[in-house]
Design a protein around this ligand. Structure first.
Ligand SMILES: [Zn+2]
Length: 223
């Protein structure tokens, strides 16, 4: 995902549920989160380590053991070959069955919502890293030389798609999702207001699928 806090917002309930079931989950955060503040006293130098601490704490709440920061500059991400290579390397390192990322085609949505440029860039770079780069040994030979063997991902689950087709029942983990978001203190001032909005949103997603609360994703099965 692009920024610290994106995984909690997009996948927190699913992550907590899957971690409880014994699945191993690693985060790869693409940017350094250095623009996530309106405080005139805040600086990049203070914000980057603060957001890493918050991200690690939130991950711990959900049961995520590994958090890796690629630290590209927040707000300036381009889905170029460097970013694709970095993500490809992490896919080959962790060898995931499933990769979560942002839907790069979501440009805007409900009234007033403009999707962040870094989300689109991260989604684009990640899709291109998963296929074909991560699974093909002729892509990025420098990674192979460093010992990163090719790996084929089985499924991609996209967040932020307005028409999800893969639903996870998060009735038993939505409270943990809210708890994990509490760790992002530099980002979220009104956690109780946010919790109310999240409950409403996940209830609405779950309604049509006989679930009390659900997260929805666009699923891409690979091969
Ligand atoms: Zn974000």
């Amino acid at each position: 995902m692009a920024h610290p806090d994106d995984p909690e917002f997009g996948t927190g309930g699913t992550t907590a549920k899957w971690a409880r079931e014994g699945k191993e989950i690693a985060y790869v955060i693409v940017t350094d989160g250095s623009k996530g503040s309106d405080d005139p006293e805040m600086t990049w130098e203070k914000l980057v380590p603060l957001r890493q601490v918050e991200q690690r704490a939130a991950a711990q709440v959900l049961g995520v053991k590994e958090v890796f920061f690629l630290t590209h500059r927040d707000g300036e991400l381009m889905p170029d070959l460097n970013v694709r290579r970095d993500i490809c390397r992490e896919i080959r390192r962790w060898k995931p069955d499933v990769v979560f990322t942002h839907d790069p085609t979501t440009r805007y949505g409900f009234p007033g919502f403009v999707n962040h440029a870094d989300h689109r860039a991260t989604g684009n770079a990640t899709l291109d890293a998963v296929f074909p780069a991560a699974g093909n040994r002729l892509y990025f030979p420098e990674l192979l030389a460093m010992g990163f063997e090719p790996h084929k991902v089985r499924q991609i689950l996209l967040t932020g798609n307005p028409n999800p087709d893969f639903f996870v029942d998060i009735t038993d983990s939505i409270e943990v999702k809210v708890e994990s978001l509490r760790e992002h203190k530099s980002q979220i001032k009104d956690v109780d207001g946010l919790a109310k909005r999240l409950m409403e949103r996940h209830q609405k997603i779950g309604e049509a699928h006989n679930m009390k609360y659900a997260e929805g994703f666009k699923s891409l099965k690979m091969g």
